[in-house]
Design a protein around this ligand. Sequence first.
Ligand SMILES: NC(=O)c1ccc[n+]([C@@H]2O[C@H](COP(=O)([O-])OP(=O)(O)OC[C@H]3O[C@@H](n4cnc5c(N)ncnc54)[C@H](OP(=O)(O)O)[C@@H]3O)[C@@H](O)[C@H]2O)c1
Length: 209
Amino acid sequence: MTTLVVGANGNIGKIFCRLAAERKLPVRALLRNPEQQAYFDSIGVETALGDLEGAFEASMEDCDRVVFTAGSGGKTGGDKTLLVDLYGAIRVIEASEARGIEHIVMVSAMGVDDPLAGRPAMQHYFVAKKLADQRLRESSVAHTILRPGLLTDEPASGNVRTDLAAGSGHSISRENVALCILASLDHLQSRGQTIDLLDGDMPIATLFE
Ligand SMILES: NC(=O)c1ccc[n+]([C@@H]2O[C@H](COP(=O)([O-])OP(=O)(O)OC[C@H]3O[C@@H](n4cnc5c(N)ncnc54)[C@H](OP(=O)(O)O)[C@@H]3O)[C@@H](O)[C@H]2O)c1
């Protein structure tokens, strides 16, 4: 059995796949384009081709867990937010239910519970993420929802904070998020939890203790 990584070629996805390979955790990277395969070959990670705006279900064969860290990104329009961040996530959740996937770790975003409180340009994105998270909570699949703040490319400190009020700063290293995904997969206690994530001083190893 293996873990399907949806959004594997993204910033978090690539780091997560590398860390998983270093730990000998079997993962399969879902890619949109065969030209993206070389990196995953170089780190010894299996790949499958598929697209959230088309067919991807075959990539789930023999998978028991899913990490969802796909996103349409800031350079596309609201149409892609709808098709990828919302409907793509819902389709992955529904396919996971149909295939009896055991656990989904969803990379959501901080602040999505109250979309209208966000910057106007971000509100539709927060709505998409909020509704995808809601669909996941209503699903039959065990899940962990991680809600990072502003993502940075700093190296992992290995420490995070989950209480927004307990400090200043609104960002988190993508590598720290990848370590939190690994911790979520490792710990049964992570299931059913929705967790805000910022860089902080709590060791990620203790996140689910
Ligand atoms: N940026 C922030 O500050 C921030 C804050 C909180 C949460 N988040 C969330 O964090 C997550 C990951 O962030 P990131 O920086 O790693 O994102 P990223 O680098 O933009 O990666 C997104 C990945 O999603 C994939 N994708 C897009 N459309 C797809 C489709 N139709 N089918 C399959 N895959 C598709 C992309 O594929 P290609 O490589 O083929 O383009 C890419 O690999 C996203 O869900 C984002 O919303 C971001």
